[in-house]
Design a protein around this ligand. Structure first.
Ligand code: KG4
Ligand code: ZN
Length: 354
């Protein structure tokens, strides 16, 4: 064990049981360089440098370009978060950093930066699972929320329903067998000629459409909590292709609306069924697709009918940010997890349960 690690371990033991830890969270897993500072569950600052405008022209995130832009942005983002919070680096008690899942090169920027910072300050470093961060941001949105509960994880890279047993422990009850829901939104957006990221663009277009395009519902008649979105995507691509071959006009808003209605229906259905199966009266939504208004309304409506309480973060905390990473670092401390040494590595294919 390194001298740094010994010191960090002594310090982390002193943090356990405290609910006012000054935590710095760093996120760089995809196309957002983000840093936030929390004092316990209170957000002191949150800074996000988005690369959306850079990647838009390519129709999606280009990993090498993302890594390079994280390198350029990260130091300024952290300094700006410290400034806005009105604290100095020396005040920070623990650092949380996303170490997976995500784009390897992008993750490595945050991990290297956070390791160097934690080492130079002699403070503990928590290696945060990005997906658990999406879940944990709900503790910031609702200061009274505690595990256990059932959670719908709806992000760009993952779709699952999970039973969140404890602060840093979850059990997957069902997950996607192919595309993630955010990925499906992004792919359909491309087919419809909308710009990246597809989710908000599809939601906007769907406002003026009707759900009149017939699409296949996956796992029809099968009792499962799993998801599948690739059949819906293929059916839509075929629909657009056939119309173009026949020279028929397509109504893009109707396509967007039909897709969104079916996908949000499936997600709301699985989430509410999972809560009932688990006998759990609290249902939480996590991840970027959780920003979708139709999804939020459907989950809320169905949950109400079943007597469940629903929790979801404000739209600004649904997609990637530093708050979620700082929040999960605090959950890990609560759960008695160890801090990392300076040999921490990024893990691009981390699963939500890791
Ligand atoms: O959770 P997230 O930041 O990414 C991962 O951790 O993977 O979510 C990004 C995804 C993108 O696919 C984006 O299109 C989708 O969330 N998204 C939405 C909306 N806002 C973002 N999907 C549907 N409706 C939205 N309003
Ligand atoms: Zn994310």
């Amino acid at each position: 064990m390194s001298a740094y690690s010994e010191l960090a371990r002594v310090k982390i033991e002193k943090l356990r049981g405290r609910d006012d830890i000054l935590t710095l969270g760093i996120e760089s897993s995809c196309d957002e360089t983000a840093c936030a500072i929390l004092r316990g569950r209170e957000v002191l600052s949150s800074v996000i440098a988005s690369q959306i405008d850079i990647h838009k022209r390519f129709g999606g995130v280009v990993p090498e370009i993302a890594s390079r832009n994280h390198v350029t942005a990260i130091d300024g983002v952290v300094r700006s978060a410290l400034d806005k919070a009105g604290v100095s680096l020396e005040d920070i008690e623990v650092i949380g950093v996303t170490y997976g899942a995500g784009l390897l090169g992008a993750l490595l920027v945050g991990v290297s930066y956070a390791k160097a910072l934690a080492y130079s300050l002699g403070i503990p470093l928590m290696a945060v699972n990005h997906i658990k961060g999406h879940v944990a941001v709900n503790y910031i949105a609702d200061k009274l929320l505690t595990p256990p509960y059932v959670c719908l994880i709806a992000s760009g890279g993952h779709t699952a329903v999970a039973y969140v047993k404890d602060w840093d422990e979850l059990e997957i009850l069902g997950s996607t067998q192919d595309d993630a829901c955010g990925e499906a939104f992004d792919k359909i957006a491309r087919v419809l000629g909308l710009s990246y990221p597809g989710g908000p663009a599809v939601e906007q277009l769907a406002l003026s459409g009707k759900p009149v395009v017939k699409l296949p519902r996956p796992f029809k008649g099968i009792d499962t909590l799993d998801f599948s979105f690739s059949g819906i995507k293929t059916a839509l691509i075929n629909y657009v292709h056939n119309a173009s071959v026949k020279g028929e006009e397509i109504n893009r808003a109707d396509i967007a609306c039909s897709f969104q209605e079916l996908v949000t229906d499936i997600m709301a259905d699985n989430a509410v069924r999972a809560a009932k199966i688990k006998g759990c009266d609290r249902l939480v939504i996590a991840g970027g697709v959780g920003a979708n208004g139709v999804l939020r309304n459907k989950v809320e409506l169905r949950a109400k009918r079943e007597g469940l309480s629903v929790y979801y973060p404000p739209i600004g905390l649904c997609t990637d940010n530093g708050v979620m990473i700082a929040a999960q670092a605090q959950c890990m401390i609560k759960a008695g997890r160890d801090c990392s040494d300076y040999d921490l590595d990024a893990d691009a294919s981390l699963t939500p349960e890791d």
